[in-house]
Design a protein around this ligand. Structure first.
Ligand code: UDP
Length: 240
């Protein structure tokens, strides 16, 4: 299939995903920043797609987002089998890091107290030209205080890691008021960037067995891994 014939969006059990490469996603976000915003970037993966089957609000938010990158290798495999191939997996953390490399003003929101600051330090030490406008932890009760701080810090990109579901709802509720050009959900990426949590080694990622690594290093999350068979069932069940 030539690039011209590539479907622009692909439907995964009612959740629309944009068929972009990492490079195209970065370019798209740059266009959003230039245009002003506010825009929402989400990162659907099998787990979120399964959750969104019963959660209509989450489904609406995902489908109405401005950019929806496919954050799961199983989505790529499934899309190929079904004959509407995704170009590649675009992992949320990879997109986040590529955007940060562009030197835009960023705000990091989420994680336990201290995590966002530690992540900011790691970014500043490891990437030249990083511009951190502000940080805040993800365990707050007063939305208006956090919103005020973000507005004062005037970031180009707001990264929000409050856990799947909560982060999408929080941003959807406050997007207009925040009026940041681009806001993106990032799940637990701040834990990884701050190095409080280890990302799977490169060879594990290359073999596409990150899920197995997670299962072994965080066995308490085994229930969440059931999302994958549920996702496969949704995509291949008879009469879908
Ligand atoms: N988190 C947060 N506030 C909350 C709940 C979670 O900032 O009220 C953070 C948590 O510290 C972690 C990230 O959200 O950094 C992702 O959390 P989790 O792994 O539970 O959710 P996932 O996104 O993987 O579903």
């Amino acid at each position: 299939m030539t690039k011209g014939q590539m479907p622009k969006t692909i439907d995964f059990a009612g959740i629309k995903v944009d068929n972009v490469t990492l490079k195209e996603a970065v370019e798209q976000v740059e266009v959003f920043i230039a245009a002003g915003g506010p825009r929402l970037v989400v990162t659907p993966n099998p787990e979120i797609i399964v959750t969104a089957q019963k959660d209509t609000e989450l489904r609406e938010i995902l489908n109405n987002a401005d950019l929806r990158v496919p954050d799961g290798i199983s989505m790529v495999v499934v899309s190929r089998i079904l004959g509407r191939p995704l170009q590649e997996r675009v992992s949320g953390i990879d997109l986040m890091v590529e955007l940060i490399k562009k030197g835009r003003r960023i705000f990091l929101l989420g994680g336990a107290p201290g995590v966002a600051e530690e992540a900011a330090d790691k970014l500043i030490n490891n990437i030249t030209g990083v511009c951190v406008a502000g940080t805040h932890d993800g365990y707050f009760s007063d939305d208006s205080k956090v919103i005020k701080q973000i507005k004062e810090d005037k970031p180009d990109i707001l990264f929000v890691g409050l856990g799947a579901g909560r982060q999408e709802r929080w941003l959807n509720r406050h997007l207009k008021e925040l009026n940041v050009p681009v806001s993106m959900v990032i799940g637990g990426s701040l834990d990884v960037i701050s190095e409080r949590k280890k990302r799977a080694p490169k060879w594990v990622r290359a073999l596409y067995i990150e899920w197995l690594y997670r299962l072994l290093t965080e066995p308490q999350r085994w229930k969440r891994q059931l999302a994958l068979p549920k996702f496969l069932w949704l995509m291949f069940r008879p009469g879908r």
